[in-house]
Design a protein around this ligand. Structure first.
Ligand code: TYM
Length: 382
């Protein structure tokens, strides 16, 4: 399969683990996928345990879930869950990837639980024609640095590169694979007869970390998976199969996408550098990309903007501040108000975002360089 060739799930938009296209309607997607909205009672229940709500919960970036109440029921009985999320290492990390990981870090800090991070170098090898196993393995190492740079506690965090853990993974994946038919993966992922058999098998590998702790401890351990909604098809399938092998269904908490520079309703993806800010971009590159490509909700002229105001709902710079770079509600509200009433111009909003991103990335780049010496504390190998 090449990077463009994936299935279409509806006429208006496409969301699969490998492709997001069109204007994503998240309400419709929840219905299609069968996930639950994160409603007020659930927010209050989470807050009871965390003491506060992360801004990604307050602002609805994390908007849907599967079985969060089960995780909290078990927690209240004294049964600790573990966190699990991952990355398909096909490129450097872009800032969209940070959204679920920043939130996962908050969950780990609040609940003090174990966290497993999977790097699927096998996945990216079988799905992308232009990558060989050395490429995906070296991206896995590079991407691991970004995870460590976010500050996860090494005593509670394991990073797993699939091909370095094949012995452990294969034994757990096989019984899962045995319960999944070709027709199920075809309908879950849009595969056809030309799909290579590595890709067909792969989903069973993504299910493994959800039960790894249960296998290790010899008893069922609840698992919570934070991720963006594109990964849901994998876990919908895992939830169907794992109980038939005696495991709990993994729970999930899911976010919408940080949009690409040019489009307020799509997803940032790594394949188009003009639409993406990578964590390795220099301050000059960040400035250039945002100035040139960030979709604006402002008016055509300054005079018109002052008169009519801008629309933050479609403005990519505002969306990025809301989703990731301005955690302070008061400051965000003020930016929104000033933009809507025309006091704040697009160029000024972009300058605020450029500053925020470059400050964040300066620290991130320093932390990821320090992480090179600490990789061994996180990476496990069988
Ligand atoms: P990958 O590498 O495509 O994406 C890694 C994580 O980032 C999320 N994501 C985004 N979130 C917000 N805005 C965006 N623009 C954006 N783009 C990507 C993805 O949903 C994902 O959470 N097969 C997986 C790797 C994987 C995994 C997992 C992911 C293995 N196990 C468990 C989540 C949970 C992949 O290729 O992700």
């Amino acid at each position: 399969m090449n990077r463009e060739n994936t299935n279409q799930t509806s006429d208006e938009f496409v969301v699969t683990p490998w492709e997001v296209r069109g204007k994503v309607d998240y309400e419709k997607l929840m219905e299609q996928f069968g996930t639950e909205p994160i409603d007020q009672p659930l927010l209050e229940r989470i807050e009871k345990h965390t003491g506060e709500l992360h801004f990604m919960l307050r602002r609805g970036t994390f908007f849907t879930h599967r079985d969060m109440n089960f995780i909290l029921d078990e927690w209240e009985k004294g049964n600790k869950y573990h966190l699990y999320t991952g990355r398909g290492p096909s490129e450097q990390i872009h800032i969209g990837h940070l959204v679920p990981w920043v939130f996962t870090k908050w969950l780990q800090d609040k609940f003090n639980v174990k966290f497993i991070f999977q790097l699927t170098d096998d996945e990216k090898f079988v799905f992308y024609e232009d990558l060989d196993l050395d490429d995906t393995h070296s991206y896995a190492i590079e991407n691991a640095l970004d995870v460590i740079a976010l500050g996860f506690d090494h005593k509670k965090t394991e990073i797993i590169i699939d091909t370095d853990n094949a012995k452990t993974f294969y034994r757990i994946a096989l019984p899962i694979a045995k319960k999944i038919t070709f027709s199920t993966v075809k309908s879950s992922f849009g595969f056809d007869n030309s799909t290579n058999i590595g890709s067909i098998f792969y989903t069973s590998i993504q299910a493994v970390p959800a039960v790894l702790e249960s296998v290790r401890q010899g008893k069922n351990v609840p698992c919570l998976i934070p991720h963006a909604i594109d990964q849901d098809p994998h876990f919908r399938l895992a939830r169907d199969v794992l109980p038939r092998l005696g495991y709990y269904k993994p729970a999930s908490i899911q976010c919408s996408f940080l949009p690409a520079l040019g489009g307020p309703q799509g997803k940032m993806s790594a394949s188009d550098p003009t639409q993406t800010v990578y964590v390795t971009d220099t301050p000059q590159t960040v400035k250039k990309k945002i100035t040139k490509y960030a979709f604006s909700g402002g008016q055509m002229s300054v005079a018109e903007h002052r008169k009519k105001g801008g629309n933050p709902d479609i403005d990519v710079s505002f969306q990025w501040l809301k989703i990731l770079f301005e955690p302070n509600d008061k400051k965000l509200d003020k930016l929104e108000e000033d933009y809507r009433n025309g006091d704040l111009l697009t160029g000024e909003l972009k300058a605020i975002l450029i500053d925020k991103i470059n400050n964040f990335l300066e620290n991130h780049r320093a932390e990821r360089e320090k992480a090179r010496d600490r990789l061994d504390q996180y990476l496990i190998q069988d």
